[in-house]
Design a protein around this ligand. Structure first.
Ligand SMILES: *Cc1c(COP(=O)(O)O)cnc(C)c1O
Length: 435
């Protein structure tokens, strides 16, 4: 064996606490507002849709929050996830840079999303919730929550964006396999869905519409709560296991990253990897370059405005201070369905505003070129979302080559693309277009 490339941790190294960046921000983050009064939303207002324990986490100023034993036991099915050095990818890029990736595709659902789905299902279960309602775009979140609900004995009711429901059957089947109920959104299950269908029976749906339907479902059914797979503080919190494990694994590898990269849809996998490194940036004055990467077709961080906006199309959510393209924005239908959201996590927005991170965007053909090169050198086919991070890694690796610099780059491979092969097929046949 020439050199170690795979850095794994034993089961007992699953983190015991989630890391909360909120109290460590050099400036406090603007709170969510009630859309009517424009005053900070009281915790009680959130109890209509979330259980109290998760509302507490959402607003918590505690730096470390203990991970319950029951959640760690389920994490142990796939965590700690491996961290690998992509030596063949480095060679393909002829770069002196060392490239490492954290592989979150190792979960049963194939992405990082079960890290929070399992936690949310657990806290709902102990709070007495019997049924969860949620939305999903391409199905990554819906399938992760379906799995988590199954493991804790909750019913799972998913509103899936209609175009994806029709065009991406495999994650719908995965949700059914794990026992969830799935509706194409807009659906006839809600007032809002019926109104949209009356206006346009062929409405293709959007994430914003599906969120509105899931919230309406929640407030009109007993023992039902709503669950969101990204954006919110408690979701970023649960994902912090990614970065905490990565810090230990980079120590095992005997290197420290200078650049940390993740793709951004709602911001949760990026936050999961980056926030534990941001803690060091803030407290130990580390000089990490931390980069969030998004599609050029949905450029929330790079071209959006930082202001209060709704999280959904029907204006049912609190107002969140975030980079946004406007809650009526309909992103073009790119292949990275998980990155088609008009807003982004307020915590990630605040980190960008404070200069703790940077943001980049790429066209999808460049993204798939990078994803294909990665698959051909490392084997793993990256999710189209994750391939956005890889496109930025390629740029960094080329810069390192041109400057003759030894760099250490770490990125999050947030999921595998084995259920997204039709997107690769479109790319490989030369039919993919840029917005
Ligand atoms: C959902 C998803 C994303 C985007 O969501 P974030 O909250 O921004 O992480 C990225 N990668 C994969 C594989 C996903 O499933």
């Amino acid at each position: 064996m020439s050199q170690p490339i795979r850095f794994t941790l034993p089961q007992q190294d699953i983190p015991t606490h989630w890391y909360n960046l909120l109290p460590d921000f050099p400036e406090p983050m603007p709170p969510p507002l009630h859309p009517g009064t424009k005053e900070p939303i009281p915790a009680e207002a959130l109890l209509a849709i979330f259980p109290e324990n998760l509302v507490q986490q959402e607003m918590s100023q505690q730096g470390l929050i203990e991970i319950p034993e029951e959640v760690r036991d389920i994490y142990a099915l796939w965590r700690p996830t491996p961290l690998l050095r992509a030596v063949r990818f480095e060679k393909a890029l002829q770069t002196p840079a060392h490239i490492y990736y954290k592989y979150e595709g190792a979960s049963p659902a194939g992405s990082h999303k079960p890290n929070t789905a399992v936690a949310q299902a657990y806290f709902n279960k102990v709070a007495g919730t019997k049924r969860l309602a949620t939305e999903t775009g391409a199905g990554q979140w819906g399938s992760s929550l379906a799995l988590a609900c199954r493991l804790f004995g909750l019913e799972c009711n998913v509103y899936m964006v209609k175009v994806s429901y029709q065009q991406k059957p495999y994650r719908r089947m995965l949700m059914h396999t794990w026992g969830a109920t799935v509706h194409a959104s807009p659906s006839d299950q809600t007032e809002y869905g019926r109104k949209l269908l009356a206006e346009d029976p062929h409405c293709p749906g959007s994430l914003g519409i599906a969120i509105s339907e899931a919230i309406e479902d929640t407030v009109t059914h007993p023992d039902t709560k709503y669950s969101l797979g990204s954006v919110l503080n408690h979701v970023c919190l649960h994902q912090s296991v990614i970065g905490q494990e990565s810090i230990k694994q980079m120590e095992l590898a005997g290197e420290e990253p200078d650049t940390i990269i993740g793709c951004c849809g709602g911001g949760s996998n990026f936050a999961g990897l980056a926030f534990p490194f941001m803690e060091k940036k803030i407290k130990e004055r580390k000089n990490y370059r931390i980069v969030g990467v998004e599609p050029f077709a949905c450029p929330t961080l790079t071209q959006g405005e930082l202001r209060y906006d709704f999280g959904d199309t029907a204006e049912m959510t609190p107002l969140l201070m975030m980079y946004t393209l406007g809650h009526k924005f309909m992103p073009p239908s790119i292949h990275a369905g998980g990155l088609r959201y008009h807003g982004i996590s307020p915590m990630v927005s605040h980190a960008l505003k404070l200069g703790l991170m940077e943001a980049e965007s790429h066209h999808q053909t460049k993204v798939f070129e990078a994803g294909t090169l990665f698959a051909r050198s490392e084997g793993i086919v990256p999710a189209p979302e994750s391939a956005h991070a890889i496109a930025s890694v390629v740029d960094e690796a080329v810069k390192a080559r041109e400057a003759g610099e030894k760099r250490v780059i770490l990125f999050n491979l947030s999921g595998h693309g084995l259920l997204d092969l039709s997107a690769y097929e479109t790319y490989l046949s030369g039919k993919m277009q840029d917005a």
